[in-house]
Design a binder for this molecule. Sequence first.
Ligand code: PLP
Length: 400
Amino acid sequence: MAFINENFLDLKENYLFIDIAKKIKAYQAENPDKALIRMGIGDVTLPIAPVVAEAMKKGAEEMTHKETFKGYEDSGRGYEFLREAVAGYYRSFGAEVDPGEILISDGAKSDCGNIVDIFGENNIVLITDPAYPVYVDSNTMSGKDIIYASSNEENGFAAMPDDSVDCDIIYLCSPNNPTGSVYTKEQLEKWVAYAKSKSAIIIFDSAYEAFIRDETLPRSIFCIEGARDCAIEICSLSKTAGFTGMRCGYTVIPKELTAYDTDGEPVNVFKLWCRRQGSKFNGVSYPVQCAAAAVFTPEGLAETRKNIDYYMENARIMSETCDELGIKYTGGKNSPYIWLKCPNNMGSWDFFDYLLKEIRVVGTPGEGFGPNGKGWFRLTAFGSKENTIEAMSRLKKLLK
Ligand code: PLP
């Protein structure tokens, strides 16, 4: 008889996107001639930059010749040329990480989900509410106890640590999905101090760091003093450079970072993660790593920046609309997400239905990201400028 991992039975069914799809389908069946503007998708829409595409083609071409063909990459950690490029990128915003501490992966979702493997079931895991669902799901699958730090209207949807609460692993995401909030240096210093006081480890998801415009805001946890003793950072090129369909990310684990066995003996986290990856992961394709390295060249950065500027212009249009309408929101300034309070105390789903029926705009009900999302709503800046302008003009007419 085959037995299941019963932790999977504790997973909450993620009805959010299924329910959204059902509602859209029903609406379209009744209104076949009415086009919808989709502002709920968290996926990028602009193509990858030309210099990046060229690098990928060159890498693919190399695979076709005996002299330059590549099989498995020996270290399993990613090609050195890419790890060097990522380290240089970190240096450009004031974070010192060694190329040897960078591990190339197929994206941030895999690493956020897989990192739980190296931490025991006895950990208490602190996750902000609301949050990107992978953190809760992957820790539930591995049977860990989860507690929540409240992100709410009062703290600008940027939860802060509470010294009276004990935990061992902490998930932080900044700029945040879904709330668009970004931690300041002082706030991250508090999280680092808290983590160190608990001998806990912060898993810092910086998937949206490239959207930070305000140079005083940290783009990496490693911009914070002391973070090397208590943090792992997970990032990817998905949102930075439109790699959602290419798949390439990186995780940084400082070589000195330790966690503990049940006897209280320190164990090196970097080695443990390499051991895990060595057994279960065989690396990212060579052409994709070539493309990824091209992102970090001056031309690559300039070209990908144009795409981010395009999305951020959408975010600006959305923020301006919320300002005009007097709607409370977080995000939109240093992130592609606008997290807004549903007007007139509407529930998230009521607001979803209202926008769908009245102005044919689709967003994401906040409660899909956790209980604190009730009454809040996420819009994304990843659509076209024309659609964003049109959706915002309809919203203004509707709510004025
Ligand atoms: N982290 C956050 C906060 C995200 O929103 C996403 C994707 O939407 C990811 C990680 C995963 O990105 P990927 O697996 O494409 O690198």
